[in-house]
Design a protein around this ligand. Structure first.
Ligand SMILES: Nc1nc2c(ncn2[C@@H]2O[C@H](COP(=O)(O)OP(=O)(O)O)[C@@H](O)[C@H]2O)c(=O)[nH]1
Ligand SMILES: [Mg+2]
Length: 293
């Protein structure tokens, strides 16, 4: 039996969460076209007959400009140590400053990594070559792989390489577990994904979701949640004209939650303004409880 921890590191938006979801064949980590969607370290467990891979998905590494960003980078950096293998994820959209930050961090750890070039469906052979040159100049690089997480190309080759570099070890989690995160976390993340989907500019980054209460009966799960925003002017945007926007967010989130728990869901959302929570240590500590080690 082979098992181990495989941590995905990379700049924001290169496709780390999409890769994990594609490999395990389930949507566990939320995804959006906006940077810094992933705010927490989340372990996604992939069970095979003779192996268990624990993928550690992290917020992207970048140069933070506000306090929330500093928390995200800290979570990503904290997640680096103690893994068996790293996946350094890049994308054919090009090498940026954030990728250099990641490269530096990785060179300063003791772990081997596989260099992954994602979004190869976009072609861009020159960029791919440039990234592969960077990988081959790095000391801890044990393999490289070109993939498209969206098209699912190169994924089987990548997982073969991952398994090759994992140690012999018993499983870390029971076989029927697919994440280390509790249901309440998964639910708040699903709601947050819909906010990211429907809103733009600073609003996604200004919002957070807190689950206030859950009640479960044999046939129905009832959930009450609050969407936090930072400013009074943001509340009407989340609500939408005649409450249309919050209804759309709620409907899509409810459908995803129903798929996740295989049960009817009643979801009640309301919006609350909490001035400048992205700069407030108190709220940030509450949101990232246990992750700041
Ligand atoms: N063209 C293309 N887009 C991708 C691919 N993988 C992910 N994306 C998109 O890139 C964006 C960021 O993905 P996400 O997984 O949230 O990135 P993360 O921030 O690194 O976790 C989303 O819009 C994805 O749909 C891929 O293989 N090809
Ligand atoms: Mg992500």
């Amino acid at each position: 039996m082979k098992s181990g921890f495989v941590c995905l590191v990379g700049a924001p938006n290169v496709g780390k969460s999409t890769i994990v979801n594609t490999i395990v064949g389930k949507k566990i980590s939320i995804v959006s076209d906006k940077p810094q969607t992933t705010r927490h370290r989340i372990n996604v467990i992939w069970n095979l007959p003779d192996a268990q891979v624990v993928f550690v998905d992290t917020p992207g590494l970048h140069k933070p400009v506000h306090k929330l960003g500093r928390y995200l980078v800290k979570i990503a950096v904290n997640s680096l140590e103690g893994n068996d293998l790293l996946l350094f994820v890049t994308s054919t959209e090009g090498l940026r400053k954030s990728d250099k930050i990641v490269a530096n961090r990785i060179e300063n750890t003791s772990m081997p990594f596989i260099g992954v070039v994602n979004k190869c469906d976009l072609k861009r052979e020159r960029t791919i070559k440039e990234i592969e040159d960077m990988f081959s100049s790095m000391k801890k690089c044990v393999d490289t792989q070109r993939i498209s997480a969206i098209r699912r190309t190169g994924i089987d080759e990548l997982t073969d390489k991952i398994l090759k570099h994992l140690p012999e070890s018993p499983a870390y989690y029971p076989k029927d577990v697919f994440t280390d995160r509790p249901l309440i976390f998964m639910i708040s993340e699903i709601v947050r994904e819909k906010i990211y989907y429907f809103t733009r500019q600073e609003l996604p980054y200004s919002s957070a979701v807190m689950i206030d209460h859950m009640e479960e009966t044999p046939k129905l799960m009832k959930i009450w949640a609050t969407i936090l925003v930072e400013r009074d002017s943001q509340k009407p945007i989340i609500l939408g004209r005649g409450g249309k926007m919050i209804k759309k967010i709620g409907t899509l989130a409810r459908e995803d939650i129903e798929r996740l728990i295989d049960k009817h869901v009643f979801l009640s959302l309301h919006v609350k303004v909490k001035s400048n929570w992205t700069e407030s240590d108190r709220t940030l500590n509450e949101l990232f409880e246990g992750e700041m080690r």
